[in-house]
Ligand binder design. Sequence first.
Ligand code: KIV
Length: 274
Amino acid sequence: MPKPTKKTADGFQKLKHASQPWNKIVCVTAYDYTTAKWVDPEVDIVLVGDSLGMVVQGHPNTLSVTLEHMIYHSQCVARGIQLAHLCVDMPFMTYQVNPEEALRNAGRLIAEGSAHSVKLEGGVTFARTIEKIVSAGIPVLGHIGLTPQSVHQLGGYKVQGKTASEREALLQDALAVEDSGAYALVLESIPSELAQTISERVKIPTIGIGAGPHCDGQVLVLHDLLGLNPDFKPKFVKQYAQLSHELIRAVKTFGDEVRKAQFPTQEHSFYAGS
Ligand code: KIV
């Protein structure tokens, strides 16, 4: 068996051109050491998404996540990773002001957070910013379509690219992200046909979430695919487990056993002299 090798940003581009179905890029989010250790051998990219603002911090959106939060979670995840590529989201207002500030903040995610690459949302408007970060030797993952940091401008978490002019603008966004040197591109909540067109037009791999089957890879939020939040099940999520049921059952059983003095037994207790 060949020794598994570390996944790198340039390797993902080769995967796209090998174009076998089993070469699809697999990406999930993780926000802490323990889950990072579980997912590391199974995926290509571990994404410390700013979705942590919602699934870890309990906010209604990602807008209050700070660079310090992302650095902290990236450090935790990095300790659990051996083979996967570690990509970290640039949170709201850490790259929007100007390319220089964006580069400084991307650099902190790499140097302090041990990230291997950064992700930022936006197309044509952020092409110069992506170029600036890439030219400093930091790989960038683009993200277009539904861009959650623009939730107030988009009027909610809606599928994008519904009209012909929106679809044309998204195609231009994808081409701009590619031209600016990003190593791959997340396509979020867009029609499958548009994701297929974009995936065929750009040479960099596309990684879809709610973007249908024609992308070069797929990403899901770990909590969604594990069924950790039973109240959140949008159309694009497949729950591969319903772990919330199992977690609640385990904690309830623990509580019952403590109240009935069935736990701890001798088996879980220490005794002097033994
Ligand atoms: O923040 C996040 O988790 C993301 C993915 C859903 C792509 O951006």
